[in-house]
Design a protein around this ligand. Structure first.
Ligand code: GLY
Length: 589
């Protein structure tokens, strides 16, 4: 091991050093101007052909080739999945700034190769101490328009990602911390090619990005949106990463970076927030109890509150357990009726009960209790869509007189799945919430708008809402970083962005893999049909199922469902799937 560490330190993980020489334009339909490093070309070809990436010892799947490249360099040099995550996250914050970064939060699920234990870390943003339940209401108590709330300082929670990276590294890292930022620093200084996805999102959001000077200067240089393929440098981000590399996360929470974050939030023209330096100073990553639920031969382990991800995925699968989905198959409308209504039942419970368990009692065990789920599952016995769906009454020993919250969660975010050569597996979903978060940019990174994941309404029909804003509270999330295990060994690592549809994307991928025998790339690619609140959102590729679903009583809407699933299967070899709906890749050796 000492030799490995020496290699990591001495070589400085020099993946990006070869970047200019190795960069080639990809071939194949839909690749556009995305630049793929030569090393990843076979992965890009496999993805385009619908085949998984294959490897023997380690693998990483993430949302941008540059992040995969940085993580792969760490894994090749003997680093752990945590080391690779730090390097990949640092690059994602640069090349995919709209989705995640140092100004955001994340949840991490870790399977430890030495102990066989699952650990979950909560790096979720917190509300400022000065926040009140009416934070997102106007003077008459009416919920604000979503973007009125989002753009500016009001929506910014204390970022958790820098602290989470450091906490995970302290627990499970083997590589020298400071070297893990080399690739991202080099890319930020030398520049990277703007991807088609980033360029498209900048063009779509130009009006909001233009509201704040530093954001406008970076994304709309000279007043025009960034173009795909143009070289973009971010020296301010490089400088921030140097601080993180040399001093760790402290300056983000008690030093100059913290002061700049608070000043930016409080000074946001038109929509200031109340985040203070004290809020940053008291931030802490929390270890949470993993949420594990059985499904078929597997144990499905994910993130508990304040994320609803682990519980809601576990509930959907638990409600489906009595049904033979394998016999029905993916082309059966009956299978999708069961999946759709199981999801609606789980979302009804989610809306009422799921929130930050440090602030409200959350009946996690009751919601996943096999008896409770068996009872709820009987509601799926008919032939048609359930006319109405209401939350159940899981067993718990506190009063649960909550009203149903209405929380908007917009599809942004990013997901990283990694398996290392030491037997560890890591699943991390990472976010700044909406695309480009609050649109406030500090020291080269964007600040989140995570607080809009709280319910804007604090009450419903006179009943308190569990996910209402409160000082120091963490907003409910849908992020569902997941590890499936069999006999305590990891077999599938996955997760996705996508707001509250994340839950449906992850559940579908598990069903496609576990029930329908698809390989990991097929399972990721399979068209989405997502039902949260009654309406069936389906991808155009699944339109053939629409008439049958409509006949069962569903309202059906065909639309793009831009998940960003990244998954690694651990079998005799490692196989990886990257979502064809985004720019990511899976790569291993
Ligand atoms: N902001 C996305 C989520 O936490 O669900």
């Amino acid at each position: 091991m000492r030799a490995i560490l020496a290699t990591l330190v001495c070589l400085g993980l020099p993946v990006a050093a070869q970047q200019a020489a190795d960069t080639v334009a990809p071939e194949g339909p839909g690749a556009g101007a995305l630049h793929i490093p030569k090393m990843l070309r076979a992965s890009a070809e496999a993805k385009a052909a619908g085949r998984p990436a294959v490897a023997g010892d380690w693998m990483i799947a993430a949302a941008h080739p540059r992040a995969v490249e940085a993580g792969a360099g760490v894994l090749r040099a003997g680093g752990t999945a945590t080391d690779a995550m730090v390097a990949a996250q640092a690059v994602l914050g640069l090349v995919e700034p709209q989705s995640s970064g140092l100004g955001g939060g994340a949840f991490l699920v870790w399977h430890d190769g030495d102990t066989g234990e699952i650990t979950t870390l909560d790096g979720r943003e917190t509300a400022p101490l000065a926040a009140t339940p009416t934070l997102f209401q106007d003077a008459n108590g009416k919920p604000l328009d979503f973007f009125e709330a989002v753009v500016g300082g009001r929506s910014v929670g204390v970022p958790g990602t820098p602290a989470l990276m450091a906490e995970a590294h302290e627990r499970w890292g083997r590589a020298d911390w400071s070297g893990l930022f080399d690739d991202a620093i080099r890319l930020a200084e030398e520049g990277f090619a703007v991807s088609p996805r980033l360029a498209g999102l900048v063009a779509r959001d130009a009006g909001r990005l233009a509201r704040f000077e530093s954001t406008r200067a970076y994304f709309l240089p000279g007043g025009a949106p960034l173009r795909a393929g143009e070289t973009l440098r971010n020296p301010a981000y490089a400088e921030t990463l140097r601080i993180l590399a040399q001093q760790g996360p402290e300056p983000f929470y008690t030093g100059d970076v913290a002061a700049d974050i608070a000043a930016s939030v409080q000074g946001a023209a038109g929509n200031p927030g109340r985040l203070s330096e004290t809020d940053l100073a008291i931030y802490a990553v929390r270890e949470r109890d993993p949420v594990c639920a059985p499904y078929r031969r597997y144990e499905v382990c994910g993130m508990g509150p304040p994320s609803s991800g682990g519980v809601t995925v576990g509930q959907i699968l638990g409600l489906l357990a009595p049904h033979d989905l394998a016999a029905l198959g993916p082309d059966s409308a009956e299978a999708w009726r069961l999946i759709g209504d199981a999801s609606r039942l789980a979302f009804a419970d989610r809306g009422r009960y799921l929130a930050d368990s440090d602030f409200v009692p959350v009946p996690v065990r009751g919601l996943l209790d096999p008896g409770y789920l068996r009872g709820r599952s009987r509601l799926l016995r008919g032939d048609d869509a359930l006319p109405e769906v209401a939350p159940g009454t899981p067993e718990f020993d506190h009063a649960l007189g909550w009203g149903d919250g209405e929380t908007l969660s917009q599809p942004s975010t990013s997901h990283i799945s990694i398996v290392d050569a030491h037997g560890n597996a890591l699943s991390m979903t990472t976010t700044i919430e909406n695309a480009f978060g609050s649109r406030l940019m500090v020291r080269g990174f964007l600040l989140n708008n995570e607080l809009t994941d709280f319910s804007f309404a604090s009450h419903q029909d006179g009943r308190a809402v569990a996910n209402a804003v409160a000082p120091g509270k963490r907003p409910r999330s849908s992020m569902a970083p997941t590890i499936l295990r069999r006999d305590r060994q990891p077999v599938l690592v996955l997760g996705s962005p996508g707001g509250s549809r994340i839950i449906g994307y992850v559940a579908k991928t598990i069903i496609a893999w576990a029930d329908w025998g698809m390989d990991v790339q097929e399972a990721v690619t399979l068209p989405h049909l997502v039902n949260r609140f009654g309406r069936y959102d389906i991808e155009p590729a699944a339109a053939r199922l629409a008439p049958a679903l409509e006949g069962m009583g569903y309202e059906v809407e065909a639309r793009a469902l831009t998940s960003g699933l990244h998954a690694v299967e651990i079998g005799e070899r490692l196989t990886g799937g990257a979502d064809p709906r985004r720019e990511g890749l899976a790569y291993g050796e």
